[in-house]
Design a protein around this ligand. Structure first.
Ligand code: GCW
Length: 610
């Protein structure tokens, strides 16, 4: 096996997909031949039925599927056989039509919030890639069911803006490389780009601006007829946008949407707008309210081919957030749910953090039909194993499975990933699946229990720093003093809870009803507040920090008992040692911080540093 073929969840597909496989049907035929031979089973026949689109059906040793569905059918067949699971019965089709991966890759080859090495397709301002690696990635994406890849960072800097200009031929070649895998490209664009071309303004209501974008769209879709669309971050964290011209985000988004509509393009507009220059003395402004305040009044004003892409929580991919109220406030707008595979705030692909259980919680509160599409910030990079931590691949695979079927049992998805990837003895597989299922809870306990987010080191966001953002501009404050901690976001406080529909407001409004894991997200509580189980708040803080750290140490023992193949075993062990170091740091820093403030002793007399 060459280094380009590091272990995936389909390790029996142990040869490169040749370039001659230039359609999904040809890839499907190749994969079946290779996979069935490796698994020692007979190969089913393939029958393309174009009307089935992305759907497929496996029956009587024939896989029937649409022009892309045939490939999904082939992977489903091989995965089921390899995992010893039944092949799916009846016609299968994806829940969401757009299952998007957003990479935050920069043209210089760096990756914003990337924890798996440099970009797989950018270097030195150019689009450049290793063919076999990209085809292996295409195989991974298709076998997970992901069908759109946005190639560049939403923060469009320097040469990235040229992707839709003089770099268009390169982008078209990359689109060619992914097309056989049913993956369509998307590109992040810069709202103010007409300025760089002498248009003199980027005002969306200016006809010159409209004409500039229409002409660009014509050129782009002439080169890449199946481009999925444009992705835009506007008026957010210093990016340009329509506010500069006194226009609304509906006006800005619709102008671009109209330029690309004739080509069937989708305009994905991110709803990540907030004041990132807040004065910490200002207690009236509450960042979680920002998106809903900006967008709810615009409900119904966005064109049909606009998708407003909303992060799952109202802050920013923290360990524990309630579902963003924006989802409930915009019934007349096409919405996309954005989650983050890149573990920016969730362990940076050092600490283990499996996400499917978390997504299940999101859809429990957000009926999946509320949104029309799903996107995930990518966790991919040029590391041999693509995802840094070998187990972070479970999040890439799991995202694809979730996007295909949000009702699938998260534990079953993680089990399939583990079984396909490692084929461990049953007891070891159980142990690995249980470890993954618990991993988020462990991380949450030592970093951000009770919904108390943001106590991270500023900028890099790894490791504890309870005062790191406390006097900063980003709107993320815990306001801990010697009596109490947290921000009152109820009707009597910042009023954030008023953005929710009645039933959810009722769940969060009173501290005693609010679930423990979000208590300090919604409420400001004294350290001696009595939790439902009789413990004081401060004791619960101490207990969780101690427990989370001890549980991470126990994870290391479990991992040591697994017969993982190399190099995964070594990589996992090395990262686990770092995770334990991190967990101890979190435990001790947070315990000392709260002990110094509150003066409260730990009921169990454990070591808290003064
Ligand atoms: O959380 C913040 C990240 C930024 C990111 C931004 C966003 C791409 O720290 O790195 O920028 O979110 O989602 O736009």
């Amino acid at each position: 096996m060459s280094t380009t073929l590091r272990r995936t969840w389909l390790p029996f597909l142990n040869e490169d997909v040749p370039e001659t496989c230039d359609t999904p049907a040809k890839v499907a035929a190749y994969e079946l031949k290779l996979g069935c031979a490796a698994l020692g089973i007979g190969s089913p026949k393939l029958a393309v039925e174009p009307s089935m689109g992305e759907g497929y059906a496996i029956k009587d040793d024939t896989i029937t599927g649409g022009s892309v569905g045939i490939l999904y059918g082939a992977y489903a067949f091989l995965s089921a056989k390899a995992a010893g699971e039944p092949v799916p019965e009846g016609t299968q089709s994806p829940f969401w039509r757009l299952r998007m991966l957003n990479s935050w890759d920069n043209a210089d080859g760096s990756v914003e919030r990337g924890y798996s090495g440099r970009s797989l397709w950018f270097e030195g301002g150019e689009l450049t890639w290793d063919g076999p690696r990209i085809r292996q990635l295409g195989r991974m994406l298709a076998s997970a069911g992901i069908n759109v890849l946005c190639v560049n960072n939403v923060n469009v800097r320097s040469d990235a803006a040229r992707l839709i200009e003089d770099r268009l031929p390169d982008l078209a070649r990359l689109a060619d490389a992914f097309r056989p895998f049913g993956v369509r490209l998307m590109v992040s664009i810069e709202f103010s780009r007409p300025l760089a071309h002498g248009v003199g303004t980027a005002d969306p209501l200016d006809v010159k601006v409209q004409a500039w974008w229409a002409e660009r769209a014509n050129a782009v879709w002439a080169a890449i007829p199946d481009l999925a669309g444009f992705l835009v971050k506007a008026d957010s964290e210093h990016r340009p946008g329509p506010f500069t011209y006194g226009r609304t985000h509906a006006e800005g988004a619709n102008m671009l949407a109209r330029a690309i509509a004739p080509h069937g393009g989708t305009l994905v507009w991110r709803a990540f707008v907030y004041n990132c220059q807040q004065d910490w003395r200002d207690t009236a402004t509450d960042r979680p309210k920002a998106a809903c305040e900006t967008y709810a009044p615009l409900d119904g004003q966005f064109d049909e081919n606009v998708l407003l892409q909303v992060k799952n929580g109202p802050f920013d991919f923290q360990v524990r957030e309630p579902v963003s109220p924006t989802f409930y406030a915009m019934p007349n707008t096409n919405l996309a749910l954005e989650v983050q595979l890149a573990q920016e705030y969730t362990g940076q692909q050092i600490d283990i953090y499996a996400m499917n259980p978390m997504w299940r919680e999101i859809v429990a509160d957000l009926p999946p039909r509320t949104v029309s599409a799903i996107a995930a910030v990518s966790n991919l990079g040029r590391d041999d194993n693509y995802t840094g931590h070998p187990f972070a691949a479970a999040n890439l695979y799991g995202f694809g499975r979730f996007a295909w079927d949000p009702f699938a049992d998260p534990e079953a998805v993680l089990r399939t990933w583990a079984r396909l990837t490692y084929r461990l003895p049953a007891a070891q597989e159980d142990a690995l699946v249980a470890l993954l299922m618990n991993s988020r809870g462990v991380y949450e306990k030592y970093t951000a229990n009770l919904g108390l987010d943001w106590m991270v080191n500023p900028h890099n966001h790894y490791g504890p720093n309870p005062l790191g953002y406390e006097f900063d501009l980003w709107g993320t404050y815990n306001r801990a003093d010697r009596n109490a901690v947290g921000v009152d976001r109820t009707a009597a406080g910042t009023g954030y809870t008023l953005q929710y529909p009645e039933a959810m407001r009722a769940r969060y409004e009173k501290a005693e009803d609010c679930p423990d894991n979000l208590k300090l997200f919604f409420h400001r509580l004294p350290y001696d507040y009595a939790m439902a189980d009789g413990r004081t708040l401060i004791q619960r803080l101490y207990d969780d920090h101690f427990e989370g750290c001890a549980e991470s140490e126990a994870m290391a023992e479990t991992l040591a008992s697994l017969d993982l193949p190399e190099p995964d075993k070594t990589e996992v062990r090395e990262r686990m040692a770092k995770q334990i170091k991190n967990a101890r740091e979190w435990r001790d820093v947070l315990n000392t911080f709260f002990h110094r403030l509150s003066g409260a002793e730990d009921a169990h007399g454990r070591k808290i540093y003064d």
